[in-house]
Design a protein around this ligand. Structure first.
Ligand code: ADP
Length: 171
């Protein structure tokens, strides 16, 4: 793992980073899982700003303020639904990480936290998603030194164990 990345277990809404990433829906109008938790913690102003964005295509990313969150910004990205792996899911998930990090670099964001995008309701196999997340972030950081810290936030123990295992394998 590079010096700029770390893995923690916890609730992404509590983190005092410059930006947290939301695993959003295409509508950007909230949902369950981490999306619901972020909207609850940010307050209704977040939904009001999201309504102005006209949704977000799968694999793309859009940015809003963080409102009541400790994070200044929320980067909303829409992960792929898992259909078995033959519908470009790997590439689309990779684009979520790249597009989120590109926005972060544009906004001079130095610290950013990612949830395990698509691994909840969207059903992407955890270890496969985790390998994509770590390799995309590492690749991006090589060429973008302005981002100082990327945190992978795992909600459960199994995701945490999986990230640690993949990081050991990749280094
Ligand atoms: P998706 O629709 O992209 O699958 P989910 O929100 O269902 O999104 O799940 C994505 C990941 O976020 C899952 O690994 C889930 O356990 C995790 N998660 C849910 N709530 C939180 C939270 N408050 N902080 C960090 N991760 C969370």
């Amino acid at each position: 793992m590079s010096q700029q990345t770390s893995v923690i277990q916890g609730d992404i809404t509590q983190l005092p980073v410059d930006a947290i990433v939301n695993a959003a829906k295409n509508s950007l109008l909230g949902g369950g899982g981490v999306d619901g938790a972020i909207h609850r913690a940010a307050g209704p102003e977040l939904l009001a700003e999201c309504r102005l964005l006209n949704g977000c295509a799968t694999g793309e990313a859009k940015i809003t303020k963080g409102y009541q969150l400790p994070a200044k910004w929320v980067i909303h990205t829409v992960g792929p639904v898992w259909y078995g792996g033959d519908r470009g899911e790997d590439e689309t998930l990779g684009r979520c990480y790249r597009n989120s990090l590109t926005l972060a670099a544009q906004y001079q964001i130095k610290t950013i936290a990612f949830p395990a995008i698509s691994t909840g309701v969207y059903g992407f196999p955890l270890e496969r998603a985790c390998k994509i997340a770590i390799s995309e972030v590492n690749k991006f950081l090589h060429s973008h030194k302005s981002i100082e810290q990327v945190i992978f936030v795992c909600f459960g123990q199994s995701a945490y164990d999986c990230y640690l295992k993949v990081i050991r394998e990749l280094t």
